[in-house]
Design a protein around this ligand. Structure first.
Ligand code: SAH
Ligand code: SF4
Ligand code: F3S
Length: 461
């Protein structure tokens, strides 16, 4: 599986990232991020707001005056993880009675005052209220518990400089919210209506990132194809082109496209500019038209396959990944087979695969959850096994090929080896050859020597 986490997939840094210790002398904040990249980007906005107001960063939980959990509500297990984490934080609260614990993000927006019923929680702040963080944290430090969960039709944090803790790859949210209302999904409720940032401010931010030495940026939105800069009328294809031109030396990625809205112009822009990475995440969810309709996905399998054909015609080497839900309500064995069939037809490089988790207040909640857990899990297992086989086969065809690899740092397993990513978003592990003089952030050429379903292994050319 491709290891760039997608919107809604398990957090890239559910394990707390070490942050720079406070230099300001103000209260020290520790933030843990769960959920999708949108949350990673939002945590950087929260830290941006707080650091501009005299707050510093704690490099571990034990040193923090304020602990913030930026949460996800997409599936029940995402929320369960947060409840467990809150349980663990009790120890810290016992040790330091003045400690402020805040819950931010999608779960804050969904559960609201219910979270304040937990004795431990001092603050509940939804995704559109982060400008109020300094005021709310100060009040909480004075013993006043607070909640701010209003959704906004306009908030894009356009003028906030995110506080980035990593120097090679950056995230930029180009739009917020989602108006699609897929019947299984909480995002339209937790993040509100769609709104876009202004194009010139995005390209300004890209230039600042380039000046600061960043090599790669991912433009983020739940449905980037709905991007619309109201002042200029620029759409997502225009934004991609403007971004590619603004920072020609940076790699540009984006996520997520919606199969109904992905235009030929977007595909053409990707094909035209070398620095737009040849990788598309295009969630299909199910291979059955009947289920797609129940999900309100607004496309048919035929339409979806038409988009894939167009992508392959314009960019034969473009890598593709998808999201699949197993066991949506009323899903039959036949519907499930249809999903497996589509996977065999498209042959995705990778996929994020989930068992359907009913979410309160969504339309699908009222449809019931009639596929028994064992059947759901059995189908999910079949989907995962099929995808692993396909990924393994595709990655075998990579052996002998050369790739430009952006060096990200030492591999997790072995310090003698380095890790980087191809344009097509595949992880490459290669032996560290210091004498060659390359450093993190450089792009090196590697030949692939072997591979498995998740990773390519190579050597420097
Ligand atoms: N906006 C993106 C996805 C956001 S959520 C898109 O439309 O593609 C990421 C993924 O989580 C979804 O694509 C879906 O596969 C999965 N997901 C969302 N709600 C879910 C639910 N209730 N149960 C199981 N999986 C879900
Ligand atoms: Fe959820 Fe659908 Fe919006 Fe994606 S497009 S965030 S799945 S409602
Ligand atoms: Fe992302 Fe989870 Fe919210 S997937 S948008 S953090 S519900």
């Amino acid at each position: 599986m491709i290891d760039l986490p997608v919107l809604g997939s398990p957090a890239p840094n559910a394990v707390p990232e070490p942050l720079t210790p406070s230099a300001s002398g103000g209260p020290r904040v520790f933030i843990e991020t769960y959920g999708c990249q949108m949350n990673v980007s939002d945590s950087e906005i929260v830290l941006g707001v707080l650091s501009a107001n005299g707050y510093g960063l704690a490099d571990k939980v034990e040193d923090a005056d304020v602990i913030l959990l930026n949460t996800c509500a997409i599936r029940d297990n995402a929320e369960r993880k947060i409840h467990e984490r809150l349980g663990h934080l009790r120890v810290h609260k016992k040790r330091n009675n003045n400690l402020v614990v805040g819950v931010l993000g999608c779960m804050a927006e969904r559960l609201r005052t219910k979270l304040l019923e937990k004795e431990l929680v001092d603050l509940v702040v939804g995704p559109d209220e982060y400008r109020r963080m300094p005021e709310l944290v100060t009040a909480a430090m004075g013993g006043e518990r607070g909640i701010a969960v209003k959704l906004s039709k306009v908030e894009t944090y356009d003028d906030i400089e995110p506080f980035r803790t990593e120097g090679i790859s950056a995230w930029i949210s180009i739009m917020r919210g989602c108006d699609k209302f897929c019947t299984f999904c909480v995002v339209p409720f937790t993040r509100g209506r769609e709104r876009s940032r202004s194009l010139p401010l995005i390209t300004d931010e890209l230039l600042r990132l380039q000046d600061a030495g960043f090599k790669e940026v991912t433009l983020l939105g739940q449905n980037v194809d709905s991007y619309l800069d109201e002042s200029t009328g620029a759409d997502f294809a225009d934004l991609l082109i403007a971004s590619a031109k603004a920072v020609p030396s940076m790699r540009i990625r984006y996520t997520t496209s919606h199969p109904q809205d992905m235009s030929d112009r977007v595909i053409a822009a990707m094909a035209e500019y070398d620095n737009i990475c040849k990788y598309i995440h295009l969630p299909i969810q199910s291979g059955s038209d009947r289920i797609l309709e129940l999900m309100n996905r607004t496309y048919t399998v035929d339409h979806y396959l038409g988009r894939i054909a167009r992508i392959r015609e314009m960019m034969p080497d473009c890598a593709l990944s998808t999201d699949i839900i197993a066991g949506f309500c009323t899903e039959t064995a036949e519907d499930h087979q249809a999903t497996l069939d589509v996977m065999r037809t498209v042959r995705y490089d990778g996929a994020y695969m989930f068992a359907y988790s009913p979410r309160e207040n969504t339309k699908a909640w009222k449809m019931g959850d009639d596929v028994p857990a064992e059947v759901k899990n059995q189908r999910l297992q079949e989907i995962i096994e099929l995808q692993n086989d396909i990924s393994r086969e595709i990655n075998l065809t990579e052996v002998g090929r050369q790739h430009h690899v952006l060096v990200e740092g030492p591999s997790k397993r072995n310090n003698e080896e380095w890790k980087g990513r191809t344009d097509t978003n595949k992880t490459v592990i290669f032996p560290h050859e210091d004498q060659r003089g390359y450093i993190v952030g450089d792009t090196v050429r590697c030949t692939i020597t072997h591979s498995n379903s998740a990773t390519l292994f190579g050597k420097l050319d």
